[in-house]
Design a protein around this ligand. Structure first.
Ligand SMILES: *Cc1c(COP(=O)(O)O)cnc(C)c1O
Length: 385
């Protein structure tokens, strides 16, 4: 079965990259749990495969599915989101300069600064909602602009099209970490960028049961270079994980609709609550980049960050009182999670940078799941007191 690339999202989510197994008619792509493939004669492979680090049919189906969801030509699957990030950075060489969004995922900050900086990659952190500051930070050696939007945990929205233009006019590649939005809500390749990166662990997987990463690109040359890095470094996902992600993307649109609907209701409840100082959610009119979110996203996602009135004591009380929201790192699964960025997800970000970004003791991050929203609101009501 060949899915027309012009088919709508839900149809592509379920069918792209997959066709019934020719041998048995199985509607689901089998788990080709094999490391190697028998050859007809030396060097003459039977089908398209010789060794599963290079390629495996289950992974190929997943990679084609991911490419279709982002509206890109090529998909590449990795063993984790940070492995996918590392592959992009390996396109660079010593002396190259990177412009990095100031409020990126903690692990992204860590791999840039603590793994690649010592190999000679130069990095400048910049608030990418400030376009003048971004333009001013570009250098002749800037080869990569790394965007994350919505950002984590401040949920700032970066104008992808404007950033793509700033980078392009300086000859730099642009990569967007699209994990928080998922391909259902935002497609950066269509806004002029070169590489989309995902932690599949989050919304693409959606069930908190597998770790994986992905890159999606249009350009054949960038794809060839990244595929070479994927093969050479070997950070590929296991075959069972590929099957799990392939199953999960079939319901991405349904899950995301409910994440968005629930989060919007929770955000409005929290915004009206007297013990909440401030709510950061791109779907609220009070969000500083609400207009940009409207322009580049189809919905506002399931992530909410709040400032409680008070300090660490109030945050702790809330985190220890919730019953449905689980106290855990990560996000994007069907179950609601709550966490304290300063102590948990962003502990690896240096304290001065945390302070500059606003990651304070009264900051709490919610990943709103797809449980009944009235139960979620009741849980928060009881916990905030
Ligand atoms: C989790 C996450 C990553 C890293 O992904 P892993 O699968 O945990 O390696 C990267 N970017 C964002 C925005 C994330 O939330």
């Amino acid at each position: 079965m060949h899915i027309d690339p012009s088919a709508r999202f839900a149809t592509r989510a379920i069918h792209a990259g997959q066709s019934p197994d020719p041998a048995t008619g199985a509607i689901c792509t089998p788990i080709y749990q094999t490391s190697t493939f028998v050859q007809a004669s030396p060097g003459k492979i039977i089908g398209e495969y010789d060794y599963s680090r290079a390629a495996n049919p289950t992974r190929t189906a997943l990679e084609a599915n991911l490419a279709s969801l982002e509206g890109g030509r090529h998909g590449l699957a990795f063993s984790s989101g940070v492995a996918a990030t590392g592959a992009v950075i390996h396109l660079l060489k010593a002396g190259d300069h990177v412009l990095l969004c100031d409020d990126v995922y903690g692990g992204t900050n860590r791999i840039f600064h603590r793994v690649f900086q010592q190999l000679g990659i130069e990095i400048t952190l910049v608030d990418m909602t400030d376009h003048d500051a971004t333009r001013a930070a570009m250098r002749p050696e800037t080869k990569l602009v790394w965007i994350e939007t919505p950002t984590n945990p401040m949920l700032k929205i970066v104008d992808i099209a404007v950033l793509a233009e700033i980078a392009k006019s300086a000859g730099a590649m642009v990569a967007v970490d699209n994990t928080f939005a998922s391909p259902y809500l935002q497609n950066p390749l269509r806004l002029g960028t070169d590489i989309v990166c995902h932690s599949m662990t989050k919304y693409l997987g959606g069930h908190s049961d597998a770790i994986g990463g992905a890159l999606i690109v249009n350009d054949d040359d960038i794809h060839k270079r990244l595929k070479f890095i994927q093969l050479s470094e070997g950070a590929v996902p296991g075959i069972q994980e590929c099957f799990l992600f392939l199953r999960s993307t079939k319901t991405l649109h349904v899950r995301m609709d409910r994440h968005c609907e629930n989060a919007a209701k929770v955000a409005r409840f929290l915004e009206a609550h007297k013990k909440v100082e401030k709510v950061l959610y791109p779907g609220l009119e009070s969000h500083p980049q609400h207009a940009i979110a409207r322009k580049q996203m189809r919905g506002f996602g399931g992530m909410i960050t709040i400032y409680l009135k008070g300090g660490l004591a109030e945050s702790r009380a809330m985190l220890e009182t919730v019953r449905i929201f689980a106290l855990a790192e990560s996000l994007g699964g069907v179950e609601s999670l709550i966490e304290h960025p300063a102590i948990m997800t962003h502990a690896s970000v240096p304290a001065d940078q945390r302070a500059k970004l606003g990651i304070a003791d009264n900051l709490v991050r919610l990943s709103v799941g797809i449980e009944d929203v009235d139960d979620l609101i009741a849980d928060l009501e009881r916990a905030i007191g």
